[in-house]
Design a protein around this ligand. Structure first.
Ligand code: ATP
Ligand code: MG
Length: 308
């Protein structure tokens, strides 16, 4: 478990992390999302004592990071996969970590195997590694101490599609075995697939937080029917408000199951039924709009553009 309590970081008069609080729980993958410069890396650095908070505190498995006797066996961390000595080989870097943590030598081979770095690659200097290879080595260093908690900053950076799938499976498995995973990303899509819980941050502040299931549910439902008017009448009769887009799509805050049942009872054939289109991404863009570098078209504008 990672507990973050009102962490704040100011550089001069600029507040880059502003009272951030959340908990990353065991058995779950927590996605820490925010646009570039939102304060994700700074928050993570504060958790492991690399950046001193202006105020607030955090704990890992119930204790401040500095109070952990052998931190590498409690929390695996990957903050900057490129921050390795370029002149050392991957195997040397892992061996240093293995010795520092007092682990058996075989852990190095086990980790190389786990992250699919071949013996030849392991003996190359890290300076010549591709970004994806560095990420794999970073994951290996994070996992070598068999920690119960993982904290990874943008772990999917530089991985190819197969690598992203591999990383997802690895993190899912880690959480399913009771581990705590906190991972950051500026890409919603990357996190959406794997996260159980989502924390969105913009301008150093948490703008939205919850289980992915609740967030998706809160976005409502999109439905299409052969007879749009009949569907809307039936939904209204069941006490649910609806909206209809120019394309004839019915939107409602009710859950898809409710819409399906109402339509069935009313004898209305549905031709489409799903949670709101791209909903989480829209929510992410809107909630963090003032920190985006690009202007964000509102949902309505987008709909108008589509209709045009
Ligand atoms: N040492 C520092 N001195 C001054 N400002 C800093 C320092 N470190 C970070 N910042 C500022 O803090 C803000 C948050 O940076 P941070 O790296 O935490 O963002 P991020 O969410 O990780 O972004 P990205 O998605 O680009 O990695 C940025 O505006 C950055 O310029
Ligand atoms: Mg960052």
């Amino acid at each position: 478990m990672i507990t973050i309590d009102s962490l704040t970081k100011k550089y001069g008069r600029t507040t880059v992390v502003d009272g951030v609080s959340f908990v990353a729980r065991p058995g779950r993958v927590t996605g820490f999302l925010g646009p570039n410069g939102a304060g994700k890396s700074t928050t993570m650095r504060m958790v492991v004592g690399l950046t001193k908070p202006t105020s607030g505190s955090s704990t890992v498995t119930g204790r401040p990071y500095a109070a952990l006797a052998n931190p590498g066996r409690e929390i695996g961390v990957m903050l900057d996969a490129s921050a390795q000595h370029a002149g050392r080989t991957g195997r040397e870097i892992l061996t240093i970590v293995q010795q520092m943590l007092g682990l058996p030598g075989r852990r190095v081979e086990e980790m190389l195997d786990l992250v699919s770095l071949t013996p030849a690659e392991a003996d190359r200097r890290v300076g010549n590694y591709s970004l994806g290879m560095r990420q794999r080595l970073g994951i290996a260093s994070a996992l070598i101490g068999d920690p119960g908690v993982l904290m990874l900053d943008e772990p999917a950076n530089g991985l190819d599609p197969a690598g992203i799938r591999w990383m997802r499976d690895l993190l899912r498995d880690f959480a399913d075995r009771g581990g705590t995973v906190l991972l950051s990303s500026h890409l919603l899509r990357e996190v959406e697939v794997i996260a159980d819980d989502i924390v969105m941050i913009g301008h150093g502040r948490v703008v939205c937080e919850g289980t992915k299931a609740d967030l998706v549910r809160s976005l409502g439902t999109v439905a299409r029917a052969d007879d749009t008017a009949a569907l809307r009448r039936a939904l209204h009769a069941s006490g649910v408000d609806t909206d209809v887009t120019d394309e004839g799509t019915v939107t409602t805050s009710a859950e898809p199951a409710h819409v399906g049942h109402v339509a069935f009872r009313a004898g209305v054939a549905l031709t489409e039924l799903r949670t709101a289109d791209g909903g989480l991404e829209d929510m992410f863009l809107e909630l963090t709009a003032d920190t985006q570098r690009e202007p964000t078209p509102s949902r309505k504008n987008r709909r108008e553009r589509k209709a045009a």
